[in-house]
Design a protein around this ligand. Structure first.
Ligand code: NIG
Ligand code: FE
Length: 424
């Protein structure tokens, strides 16, 4: 039997209908419907428009279906497509609050990593952690993400760095996808940093990834994408190329942590390999901007990192948008550089620190992020036929979501037509 939900009373229904991805001036066209409504049938949008239009569509249903319609009045809220958080390190065992204090006292992220902290300290804890404890922590994070308006979350492995621990994380991604309502897109980041066992021979680890782990992960369908952290202290450009080429040969999509701490040429590598996304991009130059803008590679910006690390040099979002690049935004939720799971805060940082307009930031956090995950045909905008993934915010205008920063405006989150979060 079909299930129906009629959502009425949206002061602004921000649809992002039309072409995907959104680039340049089109990023500022959000397709807003004033006093909008939405009819959901079996988890998908069946009608959307003015309240009169949608109610007319509901009245045309056969009487037995009409009786099944549940109504939800948004009471003047602003409705957006659910946020697509397209870059997270969801599964980790503990915070690194002690490093937060070290950085406040003046130590840099790279100094802490070189002294044995950083990613490797999380790795040693994760290897000892039980799947149950990791599961519980990740479930709590996903609940928080839903409570802040996210409906799809990309999740990277990368705190295991050996076969059993990486597989433990990837299997957990699969389990989490079944255990709670948000969609999870799994990414293999076995190439986060070389593990301690391969400190003096990182190329041997690269070989292990290319010959054993990547084929194993691909064959077991444990990850849709493969990612590499290409930077000083992580993997070189040449190693990154080898890893990503092996992943592509196994049918995986490609993503890249590129040009975050130093300029390595990773953005150009993303172009060369037709990666789905190049992420971070704080250090890109004008040649990179021009080349990225002419490509199909999504530029996923992660302003939570600069904010949390106290750095002034954010990625050049304005130049990328104006050059016509596909720009997306994500939290980069992780214990080292960006311990936030609140996409609303990311919008505030994008606007205030990177001078994106609120409209551009919304497009980047929804339809463009969906595009980077190969899902723009199903999610990221509110259009007939797409999944009914949306979030309601208790503001009068969508611009107030980033404007009133640092608090949660989300009152209701709907995933495939089901209410998965409600403030009351
Ligand atoms: O996206 N840059 C590499 N990886 C993460 C940080 C991971 C960590 O510090 O635990 C990032 O910033
Ligand atoms: Fe990251």
């Amino acid at each position: 039997v079909p299930e129906f939900l009629l959502l009425t009373g949206c002061k602004q229904l921000v649809t992002l209908r039309g072409s995907a991805p959104r680039c340049g001036a089109a990023m500022r066209e959000l397709g807003i419907i004033k006093n909008g409504a939405l009819l959901i049938r079996d988890g998908r949008i069946a009608a959307i428009g003015s309240e009169a239009h949608v109610k007319r569509a509901a009245r045309k249903l056969p009487p037995k279906d009409r009786k099944r319609i549940r109504e939800l009045n948004a009471q003047g809220a602003v409705a957006l497509p659910g946020f697509v958080d397209s870059h997270t390190h969801l599964v980790f065992p503990a915070s690194r609050a002690e490093e937060y204090e070290l950085r406040i006292a003046g130590a840099t992220y790279e100094q802490i990593a070189a002294a044995g902290g950083g990613i490797l300290s999380t790795v040693s804890k994760l290897r000892k952690a039980s799947p149950a404890s990791l599961r519980q922590r990740a479930l709590a994070s996903l609940t928080y993400m839903a409570a802040h308006g996210a409906t799809t979350v990309e999740a990277k492995s990368g705190y295991g760095l050996d076969a059993p621990s990486e597989l433990k994380i990837l299997r957990l991604h699969r389990e989490l996808a079944k255990a709670q309502p948000l969609d999870i897109v799994s990414t293999f980041l076995g190439a986060h940093v070389p593990p301690p066992e391969y400190r003096d021979c990182p190329d041997d680890y690269v070989e292990l990834l290319c010959r054993r782990l990547i084929p194993q992960v691909a064959t077991a369908h444990l990850a849709e994408y493969c990612d590499v952290f290409c930077d000083r202290g992580a993997f070189t450009l040449d190693q990154s190329r080898r890893i990503l080429t092996a992943a592509r040969a196994c049918g995986m999509g490609l993503r890249l942590h590129a040009e975050q701490l130093t300029h390595t040429g990773a953005a150009q590598l993303a172009l060369e390999l037709h990666a789905a996304s190049a992420d971070h991009l704080e250090q890109i130059n004008s040649d990179d901007i021009r080349a990225l803008a002419a490509s199909d590679v999504t530029c996923t910006l992660l302003p939570g990192c600069c904010f949390h690390l106290g750095l002034q040099h954010y990625a050049p979002a304005r130049a990328l948008v104006e050059a016509g690049a596909i720009v997306a935004l994500a939290t980069d939720f992780n214990p080292g550089t960006s311990p936030t799971l609140n996409m609303q805060m990311i919008l505030s940082l994008a606007c205030t620190q990177m001078r994106m307009t609120p409209a551009e930031a919304v497009a980047a956090a929804t339809i463009n992020a969906a595009y980077s995950l190969g899902r723009a045909d199903r999610i990221g905008s509110l259009e007939v036929g797409k999944f009914a993934d949306l979030a309601l915010f208790a503001v009068e205008d969508y611009r107030e979501i980033p404007y009133y920063f640092g608090v949660n405006h989300c009152t209701t989150t709907i995933k495939k037509g089901q209410i998965v979060w409600n403030r009351r």
